[in-house]
Design a protein around this ligand. Structure first.
Ligand code: 3H9
Length: 690
């Protein structure tokens, strides 16, 4: 038997089964095994046709992404799948590829090497390489346009979204959908085939020549600053202009540019990071998780309403409690509006909205709270109120109910101290808008039970979110770091940069929005109130930023009041406000700050390195388990561009020596871990604690 590949025969059909769990990636040995199996079946006179299929939950999900890191590091040459695919196409016996699960990237490319493709009704096919900063590298950009048509192929390669079996059939990527047993269906399909049509010999069908420029415009907007989507469009365009072999060479050239470029390294770090964060020392599949069948949320404000929507979207009935009828009505109206917008945009039909609305029970009482499995508190951010709420739910909730707080800064332990069951208390910190943002920071208190952590991490997945475990400190991972970032942004403004310059530099860097515009969106008053609550923690002599508080003192809370760092029209479109210039000048004069020209480089270094410096502290204190956890928090919750890998990965890519030198130049206290270890990130992007 060839490792990773099984060979068998059925009714004169030779079968090659790829068996490389969990996703049948094309790891070393797999392409070689398929090629050897093919040769064996071709040589076998009893075999009239050949079926290639995947074992387990999916067909081949692509190249082994781990191998790309080795190629870039010069430790491996990587695989050239083209010889295998040409051997499949040139086989004297028809080769039928049977697809279930997902045929992605190299998986679809291998499938396109066969003469025919059949698929299970639930199968999907796609070229998702741009999501890891690459383009198809095994001639997918040359074969897909010949099979699916240029428009669809260019769209699939540029944006990476897979298509379902039915669409693949319609487009000609798949020749038949097999209901029931896929292998049996593929074998009988194979027995009926005598022709061997070769995808590479197909003519390109007529297409709209404007498609490429239209897609470039779209990609530049939707995937701002990313290089792979544009390279993918170039490669598909080459398929329409060059003979097959030359098109393949052009694709290889573009693929290599992407592979050796910085964006693929960052995006691959993000791909594995998203999966790594689910791994928590002390928790494994044997850790008992609690069953979440019913939920409750306290507080129907922006956050509470969004959290309730998450439960409803996942099919979990949820009670939403408010103290006053008016606030409850307002909360429910917002939820209804959000769902209606989704229906209007065609995201789901009205029936789905109705089902989801029916799962949310608005109420003013504690009715049914004694039956729920998780209660999430989302009331106003103040310790006294939170403790009151927790004392109350401790009285009402059934034993084993998880008591979760959505606090963004306050101590989980102090909140838990209001109950007699601190082992059941945990932070589940959602990000605004809670029904949209993917991050769920799961915050463990000193007494939080492992089963409670395991349940909340599993819940994150069920809610379609990325759960990242954080330790308990002020602001946890994300907000503790954003505090430093926001401070530097304000200092830069006090010292002479305009809000537009600061926000513009970070937007150009790739952030979803600049820090000051983000403050306006979130509400400047949130931080202002928190700073008031923590006034006693201010360190004498430490510089404090003044601009945001000054804006709040004048009623400028951001978008919701029509004015913050910018002024906003009725459509919340921002514009420059001379009044803000006057406030900034006044603050600078009062604080004796001399204003000067500030470069874009200084804006980027001071804001982004302040994130990394605090990240190193968070790491050393064990608030984050790994540096990649910090990166994932920033990629999924704070609009940090994935193609920069996250603040820790970005710092590493600059060179930690340089980072340390810059931090010293700015007169900051560098994080001890950064100083002590010099370059603590290993090649996998993980921090090795000394
Ligand atoms: C490519 O093909 C380039 C070619 O054009 C050119 C070649 C020359 N490699 O996501 P899950 C691991 S580029 C290595 O939790 P799901 C993953 O890390 C590739 N490992 O499962 C995880 O490991 P662990 C194009 C991979 O059911 C485990 O498998 N293909 C790969 O939620 C389970 O993964 C893609 O970009 C891989 N290719 O989703 C597809 N894929 O358990 C990428 C997965 O240790 N993959 N792993 O944490 C996916 O989109 C999803 O994994 C998939 C399954 C939809 C397949």
């Amino acid at each position: 038997m060839i490792p990773l590949i099984q060979l068998s025969k059925q009714d004169a059909v030779g079968i090659i089964t790829v068996d490389n769990p969990p996703v049948n990636a094309l790891s070393p040995g797999v392409p070689e095994g398929i090629a050897a199996g093919l040769a064996q079946h071709i040589a076998d006179p009893e075999v009239k046709a050949i079926v290639l299929i995947g074992a387990g939950r999916t067909f081949i999900a692509g190249a082994d992404i781990k191998e790309f890191g080795k190629v870039v590091a010069g430790q491996s040459k990587g695989h050239n799948l083209l010889p295998l695919m040409l051997a499949m196409e040139d086989s004297p016996k028809p080769v039928i590829v049977a697809i279930h699960g997902t045929a992605l990237g190299g998986g679809l490319e291998v499938a396109m090497g066969g003469h025919y493709r059949v698929a299970a009704p639930s199968a999907q096919v796609g070229q998702p390489e741009i999501k890891i900063g690459l383009i198809p590298g095994a001639v997918g950009t040359q074969r897909l346009p010949r099979l699916a048509g240029v428009e669809l192929a260019a769209q699939m390669c540029a944006f990476g979204e897979p298509i379902k079996a039915a669409k693949a059939l319609e487009a000609g990527v798949v020749d038949q959908i097999i209901e029931g047993d896929l292998l049996a269906g593929a074998v009988s399909f194979a027995r009926a085939q005598t022709e061997r049509p070769k995808p590479r010999e197909r003519e390109i069908r007529p297409f709209d020549p404007n498609i490429f420029d239209a897609l470039r415009v779209q990609a530049k907007k939707a995937l701002r600053n990313q290089t792979a989507p544009l390279a993918a469009i170039d490669a598909v365009e080459a398929a329409t202009r060059l003979p097959f072999a030359e098109g393949c060479a052009r694709e290889r050239e573009l693929f290599n540019q992407c592979l050796y470029g910085p964006q693929s390294k960052a995006l691959i770090h993000a791909f594995f990071g998203e999966r790594e964060v689910a791994k928590i020392p002390g928790i494994d599949k044997n850790t008992p998780a609690r069953d979440i069948k019913q939920a409750a949320v306290i507080g129907a404000g922006t956050m509470g309403g969004g959290i309730a929507m998450n439960f409803a979207n996942a099919g979990i009935p949820v009670r939403l409690r408010e103290a006053a009828q008016e606030a409850l009505d307002r909360g429910m109206a917002t939820i209804r509006k959000n769902y209606s917008n989704s229906v209007a945009k065609g995201r789901f039909p009205q029936a789905v909205m109705d089902q989801r609305m029916a799962l949310i029970t608005p109420q003013l009482t504690w009715d049914g709270f004694d039956e729920t499995d998780i209660i999430t508190e989302a009331v106003f951010e103040g310790m006294a109120l939170k403790k009151e709420v927790f004392a109350e739910i401790d009285r009402i909730a059934k034993p084993g109910c998880i008591l979760a707080t959505n606090t963004s800064t306050l101590s989980i332990d102090e909140i838990a101290s209001a109950t007699k069951r601190p082992q059941d208390v945990i932070g589940t910190h959602y990000f605004s808008p809670a029904n949209v943002m993917r991050l769920l920071e799961v915050v463990r208190g000193a007494a939080t039970g492992l089963d409670v952590i395991a349940t909340c991490m599993a819940l994150a997945k069920r809610l379609n979110k990325v759960g990242v475990l954080a330790g308990n400190c002020r602001g946890f991972i994300g907000n503790r770091m954003i505090h430093c970032y926001g401070r530097e942004a304000q200092f830069l403004v006090e010292e002479g940069a305009s809000p537009e310059q600061v926000d513009g530099a970070l937007y150009d860097f790739g952030m979803a929005m600049g820090p000051l515009a983000m403050g306006d969106l979130a509400g400047l008053d949130v931080g202002w109130r928190i700073r008031k609550e923590f006034k006693h923690l201010e360190v004498p002599g430490e510089r404090i930023p003044h601009i945001s508080d000054e804006l709040c003192e004048r009623g400028r809370f951001g978008q919701k009041t029509g004015a913050g760092y910018y002024k906003y029209d009725e459509n919340r479109k921002p514009s420059h406000d001379p009044e803000v210039d006057a406030i900034i000048a006044e603050v600078a004069a009062r604080e004796g700050i001399e204003r000067r020209e500030i470069s874009k480089e200084e804006i980027l270094d001071r804001t982004l390195l302040s994130l990394a410096n605090e990240g190193f502290r968070i790491l050393e204190e064990g608030i984050a388990l790994r540096s990649v956890d910090i990166d994932i928090v920033y990629l999924t919750g704070y609009g940090f561009p994935a193609y920069r890998g996250g603040p820790m990965f970005y710092a590493e890519s600059l060179g930690l020596d340089r980072v340390l030198a810059r931090i010293r130049e700015f007169g900051w206290e560098p994080a001890p871990l950064l100083v002590r270890t010099g370059s603590p990130l290993d090649s996998a992007g993980q921090v090795r604690l000394p």
